[in-house]
Design a protein around this ligand. Structure first.
Ligand code: ADP
Ligand code: MG
Length: 958
């Protein structure tokens, strides 16, 4: 592939360019840019060029045009007399082909960036950028040692949200020595949503890529308004490449935000055709959370049957007819997208499933209740997930994350989860044993997916083996301790170890575990040294290529997952045990016999040549050599060919050793090939068992959560909730799970409060002064509901909860000002969603609605909402307000089912000091105590005095 152009810096002497303060650094521009801006060449420069490089000293600085030095366009043909080296040309061509990616090119022991990529990313990656001078021109470049790939991928993909194309070296037998030894082809594109087994992946959460397909968007986008057309049908398909989980869902545009909140995709795939219609309603939805969007060309496969090649097992026929057109379209484009990212490597996904019977938690509620992240810092620490997580496996942690964003609405599901928790709670010893065994399990989902991709190495095999053995023990423990328990039986029967046991035994018998451990110990030391050395070379020499001279002996970061990475040239470390196959057994016997031959030959030669110090050796440079030292150097060795000597040693070839050495080499090669065969069989056996292994892993995840919930319940003294199909909450002594923890740390205790909303009183109107606990009360009841429907115990003395279908909250001031939406607008948008969607089975918390406008308007809006929720939605509602007029309006209105509750403060006798008691009582509290809070906050005395006067009506205007 020819280069489009080059810039003159290539030919001009570098010294001038860097020494002049007036000239702009040339490398700041891409080659093409340099060409576009180039002024005509000056006389002096032409002369310099004609005289060639060596005459550069005669060119005067002032003769050179400032800014840029001109150049002639380079002939585009590859056979031009001064082409760039192949690696540079291939890199340029890959940069063009994978236009929106950062290209990393493997060159020996390094990954390198070229041209504008080096310019742009070297500073971001904090690596040194250098200029390489080739006869064809200068090329900016930067690089890092191959074993640091993960570290830099993390920065590029995870932190900078870039797409990265990785070009690997493929041996090329064109035989032109030097330059043409390798082709560099892009073998994978890594995007934030398509990670497989990168070390920087968050093990505790799924990494989803989501495709969205919307019906008939052309029609919609012709509408003048940019408002989403709420009823448009939407198909969703999402998958986690690292676990092989694959889901689809059919919904409408109005529910999309909730799905986005629940799925939390790292990357969203949309059809190219949408890119042109930027006023499409979906962009309103997507803009809210700054999603990373990738556009793809429309997919070819429009039938579910077309998905089969990428699935590990066929779709149940019953399911095939259930997909909607939109779901199929989304699924097809998702699979096609993923396929292109993987550049043809195989993959096996689990057949897609739909998540059914899910409690809808809308986006705002997810955020406001800080379920998975805190509102302010967007951190996991402090969130509900963080407070309740006691899981010990990564799979368990991911499943808990999923459950929390999609609690169940099925009594059966919830009760079976709760039964298991209760069981684990009552059987402490067994629980401890299960937890110990779970800790011994590895992350099966991600391990298995590596095998599904044809990766997976001997270490992964060992990890699978110990997981199977731990599962075996776990099953034995469960069966032994609890024969009668139905909930345990249900779990145990889901575990199938028949094939996996055999696999584990095969791995145990074949893989040389001790040998591997030994090898890794050596490598760790070596890798550390290599890294230090490579860094030293880069920082002193500047160019990554310079450090190519470094040895490349260390194991590659399992990029290929094969055995090749495990072998080193000069050692006889084996990966498989000699007994792993009959062939290997024979070969090892041969190998041992050859080793004896070698010893004998050594002794024999010592005698024959009279050289006591003689040893038989092998070096990569000289091959098989005999080595002597000291007085033996004086021997007459005229019959043999001497190949090297130093002051005190001498080496020579001896035909007998050369012959035997070659036999040993041959045997070693055969052993390696034999090991390779065994390894491939084992991999196949893993794939053969993958469905069982995945199902077993899923059971372990659930057991992990059950133990986690049981531990939590004991630790925090939580209660088993009772779920039923009524529309009422009966919570006695409820607490807020996260606030309580915070108070405990400060040595304060939490005041419990009851909540009986839904039966006699469908709506609770909560009034009271600032800071007295209204918001906390509202949220704690929402959180208790979510925990109960996830299948956890809850922070209350008693909790009976009628199943909730959707939970909504309008809480706090989630200011979206940077997106040009005022507080009030945000409030109204969120409120509109609630009033439109809440049903009789929903649970709504409304916290001080109407704050963002005047008290009159606010009161009116608040009343209208309450009225609507009460008369139209008929859902359970907790409604906190500081508008006292609202209370009067409700009392006068036709709303008998509204209960009045309030919080209060306890005052000193003189009415000056006060404290909160956070206790909810029946009634209305119209005293806001705002001035006391203001005083507490340190408002100046004078200001407080003025405020008091205003309040007392003594001063009308100040
Ligand atoms: P409001 O919404 O009425 O202004 P908040 O619910 O925000 O009040 O509560 C303010 C603070 O009071 C909380 O951050 C918490 O520290 C404390 N608090 C709230 N409820 C309780 C309670 N039941 N027991 C103890 N402290 C509480
Ligand atoms: Mg509040």
């Amino acid at each position: 592939m020819p280069l489009p152009c080059r810039h003159l810096a290539a030919v001009a002497p570098r010294r001038f360019l860097t020494s002049t303060p007036r000239s702009r650094p040339l490398h700041a521009l891409s080659p093409c840019a340099a060409l576009r801006h180039a002024p005509p060449p000056s006389q002096a420069w032409r002369a310099a060029q004609e005289r060639g490089k060596k005459t550069k000293a005669t060119v005067k600085l002032d003769d050179l045009p400032q800014g840029l030095i001109p150049l002639e366009p380079l002939a585009l043909e590859p056979d031009t007399h001064k082409p760039f080296p192949t690696v540079v040309r291939q890199a340029r061509s890959n940069m063009q082909r994978f236009e929106n990616c950062v290209l990393l090119t493997r060159v020996g022991g390094f990954y390198e960036l070229y041209f504008e990529h080096a310019d742009e990313f070297a500073p971001l990656l904090n690596i040194k950028r250098a200029i390489r001078v080739f006869s064809a021109g200068e090329v900016p470049m930067a690089g890092f040692p191959f074993f640091q790939l993960d570290r830099y991928l993390k920065i590029l993909v995870q932190d900078l949200n870039r797409y990265v194309a990785i070009a690997e070296e493929f041996p090329n037998d064109k035989g032109n020595p030097g330059d043409l030894m390798h082709d560099r082809r892009v073998s994978r594109i890594i995007t934030p949503g398509t990670l497989i087994d990168e070390n920087f992946m968050d093990p505790f959460t799924n990494n989803y890529v989501l495709a969205i397909h919307i019906e008939d968007h052309e029609q919609e986008s012709t509408h003048q308004s940019a408002r989403p057309n709420a009823s448009l049908r939407v198909g969703l398909a999402w998958l986690d490449l690292s676990t092989g989980q694959f889901f689809t869902q059919s919904t409408d545009l109005s529910a999309l935000p909730s799905y986005l909140a629940r799925i939390g995709p790292r990357e969203i795939v949309l059809g190219e055709d949408l890119q042109a219609s930027k006023d499409h309603g979906i962009f309103n939805v997507l803009a809210e959370d700054r999603h990373l969007i990738t556009y793809t060309s429309p997919s070819e496969v429009q039938k579910v049957s077309g998905w089969s090649p990428m699935l590990e097992s066929p779709l149940p026929p019953r399911l095939e007819n259930e997909f909607t057109i939109e779901e199929i379209a989304a699924g097809s484009s998702l699979l096609q997208y993923v396929k292109t990212r993987l550049q043809g490597s195989n993959m096996k996904l689990q057949p897609p499933t739909r998540q059914l019977d899910v409690l809808g938690i809308d986006k705002n509620t997810m955020r406001a209740l800080e379920i998975k992240k805190t509102m302010r810092e967007d951190m996991v620490t402090g969130s509900l997930l963080h407070i309740i997580r006691r899981t010990v496996t990564k799979g368990g942690a991911r499943l808990l994350d999923n459950w929390l964003s999609s609690p169940s609405t099925s009594l059966e599901v919830i009760n079976s989860r709760l039964d298991l928790v209760t069981f684990m709670l009552n059987h402490e010893l067994l629980r401890e044993r299960v937890v110990i065994l779970l800790r011994r399990c590895h992350d099966s989902h991600r391990l298995l997916q590596k095998f599904a991709f044809g990766r997976g190495d001997p270490d992964d095999l060992l990890a699978l083996k110990s997981t199977v053995y731990a599962t075996q023990e776990l099953v034995a423990s469960l069966e032994q301790d609890s024969e009668a328990e139905a909930c345990i039986q249900a779990m145990v029967t889901r575990i199938n170890l028949e094939g996996p046991n055999e696999l584990a035994k095969r791995i145990r018998d074949a893989v040389d575990e001790e040998g591997l451990v030994q090898q890794h110990r050596l490598e760790d030391g070596e890798a550390g040294e290599m890294q230090a050395l490579a860094q030293a070379v880069i920082s002193s020499e500047g160019s990554a290529e310079d450090s190519n001279i470094l040895p490349k002996g260390t194991r590659k970061k399992k990029a290929s997952g094969g055995l090749r990475d495990y072998y080193s040239d000069d050692s006889d470390a084996w990966i498989m045990k000699p007994g792993a196959s009959p062939a290997l057994e024979r070969l090892h016997a041969d190998f041992a016999a050859l080793a004896i031959d070698k010893t004998n030959l050594g002794e024999d030669l010592k005698k024959r040549l009279g050289a006591e110090s003689l040893t038989l050796r092998f070096t990569p440079g000289m091959g098989h050599i005999c080595h002597v030292k000291g007085k033996d150097m004086k021997l007459d060795l005229s019959t043999v060919r001497s190949v090297g000597s130093s002051k005190s040693t001498r080496s020579f070839h001896h035909p007998e050793w050369t012959k035997l050495g070659q036999q040993i080499d041959q045997c070693r090669i055969h052993i390696r090939a034999g090991e390779q065969r065994v390894f491939h069989q084992l991999r196949e056996q893993v794939i053969h068992n993958i469905i069982k292994l995945r199902r077993n892993a899923a059971v372990l995840d659930e057991l992990d959560i059950a133990c986690s919930f049981a531990t939590l319940a004991v630790e925090k003294d939580w209660t088993r909730p009772i779920l039923n199909k009524t529309c009422a909450h009966k919570i006695v002594g409820g607490r807020h799970p996260t606030v309580e923890g915070g108070l405990e740390e400060e040595g304060r205790s939490f005041i419990t409060n009851d909540c009986f909303v839904g039966d006699v009183q469908r709506t609770w109107l909560v009034s009271g002064p600032n800071m007295a606990g209204k918001s906390t009360f509202l949220r704690q009841n929402a959180l208790i509901t979510i925990l109960a429907q996830v299948g956890s115990y809850v922070p209350a003395e008693y909790a009976e909860i009628g199943l909730v279908d959707q939970i909504f909250s309008r809480v706090g001031s989630a200011d979206n000002l940077y997106r040009d939406q005022s507080t009030f607008m945000v409030e109204m948008l969120e409120t509109a969603t609630i009033l439109k969607h809440a049903t009789r089975h929903s649970f709504v918390i409304m916290d001080e609605i109407g704050r963002g406008t005047t008290p009159e308007d606010g009161t009116a809006v608040a009343f209208a909402c309450l009225h609507h929720l009460y008369h139209v939605n008929k859902c359970r509602t907790l409604f906190a307000t500081h508008f006292h007029d609202l209370v009067d309006m409700v009392v006068k209105g036709d709303m008998e089912g509204v209960g009045f509750y309030c919080t209060d403060v306890l005052e000193d006798k003189d009415g000056d000091g006060f404290m909160y008691d956070h206790r909810l009582r029946e009634g209305v509290n119209t005293r806001s105590h705002a001035l006391k809070v203001a005083k507490l906050a340190g408002l100046p005395e004078e200001a407080i005095a003025v405020a008091k006067k205003v309040l007392d009506g003594r001063v009308r205007s100040v």
